[in-house]
Write a new protein. Sequence first.
Length: 143
Amino acid sequence: MSVIVACFANVALNGTVFSYQPHILRDYGLLIEIISALISFALLVGSVAGLIRLVSHGALSAPAIWGGAMVTVGGWILASLLFLQLDTYFALQQKFYGAGAAIVAMLIWFYLTASLLLAGLGFAAIVIDKRVPLSSDPYAARE
């Protein structure tokens, strides 16, 4: 079983290697890249869903876990695109900003992705499972 998972992970992470081969797979390069991206997306959503299940101690329903994972992964992809734009901009302006700006942008990306995991957990609990957030009053009775 682990060999099959390793093969799928290899295709997901290195799918573009097959598109440059000088044989019949060359004609299917775009298809292989699309399948590779879908497998990568599925592995990422599955990993985040497992993390959400682990963090919530199984208190969330399955639709809530998968919904929270989709929100987290969607936000993570948008944050990665934003980081790519910032990194490209700082690479062009490196004489002015220096290498420290790229490090600050990366730290902001780390903070944003951690916040997105919390946002996915909150979305799963509040929107999908219809849980009520705890009161901000520290002396309020908890049910």
